[in-house]
Design a protein around this ligand. Sequence first.
Ligand SMILES: Cc1ncc(COP(=O)(O)O)c(C=O)c1O
Length: 553
Amino acid sequence: MATGNKQSPRLDYLLAASSARMDRWRELNARALAWAAGARGERAAVEAALAEVAPLEDFFAYPGPRLLKTLADRIAADDAYGVGRLVRRLSGSMLSGRYRYDSGDWETADDSADHLPDRVPLAPGGESHRPYFETLLVTPWPAAQRAGIAQEIRRLRRNEDAMIYEPVLVGSVEDAILGTILNGKVEAVVIYDGIPVPSQHDVPLLREVLASQGLDTSSLVPREIGVALARIIKRIRPELDIYLLTDRRVEELAGDPAASMIRRVFYEVEELMEVHLNILEGVADRLETPHFDNLKRYAARPISTFHALPIARGKSIMKSNWIHDMGEFYGLNLFLAETSATTGGLDSMLEPTGTIKRAQEKFARAVGADHVFFVTNGTSTSNKMVYQAVTKPGDIVIVDRNCHKSHHYGMVLSGAQPLYVEAYPMTEYSMYGAVPLRIIKRALLDLKAEGKLDRVKMVTLTNCTFDGHVYNTLRVMKECLAIKPDLLFLWDEAWFGFARFTPFLRPRTAMGAAAALEEWRASPAALTAYEAQAAELGEDLDPADPRLLERSL
Ligand SMILES: Cc1ncc(COP(=O)(O)O)c(C=O)c1O
């Protein structure tokens, strides 16, 4: 594999790309201002700061190659004042997000958009804009042609498009992967057949991360590159819509389950407008919010709801002598949208068949679940529901003593008995860690020795803990299941939900690990590992065997 461009700074801040980018722009801004203010020798510092900024900018639509070239030209022309103005305008627009709707910010001439950065969010009722996103195009074309192609794509825009996107063009498999990691505004990826693998950048960390996840790009077979890239991107950002443009095997690919992560396969010669419309339709489908859309329609209907008659569509509050401040605090819409969980035009929370059901299905897809059930009253109620659904009086639950109190209430309701396990203290930091796996295994093995393993139903752990410690969820489940194969796990991720949406934390979530575990259990390697373990430790693990705590199961 090529080692990348030695001139280019290493791109190795995969975990904090956004702040790394902003830091570099801040530095460029400071250097440009100093130069504009007449500081001697600052031109070299500006050039050095721009060289730090430039590699990352290949993965973002704004400022883009055209504006960055203008900046480089002004530096070359010794126009310190012009450089200062342009850098201030570009960083201001990036900070406020104004480039998403203000075409003036894309102009190379300064006077078109020389205003102060707008950092204040739009007030309710203020100007609204079409949602903006970026589309990553992975093409084999040389960099010199990319500006023309981007322009061609922009010409596809129509006034009636509900959203607007900017193209970001990259030229290799590794750059495509970097683009999806670094640029959170990317919502769709279009892959052309025939792209090379290595990045033009120096990316040792990317290769290390990919290899650690079993996603080695160096072994890709040229014919399979498009589909293989789609598979890698889907692992990293499962929500993205992926399109493949190829001139080979289109019908075969379209029906191939191995290519199911690709939303649509196009012939390369097919009209670009088709691709454009598909991109917009794919994102619109994900943006759709069936329950909220219905709620807005419902609130606009001039009908009082039987279940909330005294609210009188907000009138009894807004006109009240005593509580109109409550109406002012929450706003009228809250009262116009008042309904019941049972019936009344908004589907039913108790037995959803309409928009709530569709919203649940969409939510399930977004979080990678088989099913999602919306509940009222938060995680506390969800936890209590789980205990009542899966445990009965006398069942044993191995539970982290530092768990949220709703778990105790859940066990009181279901009659399950807790067996508490302790997290390790970290006194020097005044915090607790997680429950060591050794302690959980010990608890299971002790119960087995006492002949009570059949009563153990579930293991409850807090992930991440209240002090921010994250479990190796996959390993915990693997090892516990080796001792009791029908064990259930309640991973309380009440405030770790965001982890699903970062590729680096997802494997540490319950569902990320469950997916990996299912994949592993179905693999021949799992059977081989099981047979090797059975040969060494026996099929029925002996709880008195000290090796069980010393090694992975
Ligand atoms: C780990 C954990 N579980 C459950 C809960 C309860 O969540 P809710 O307040 O949504 O009922 C919390 C809230 O603090 C929590 O941190």
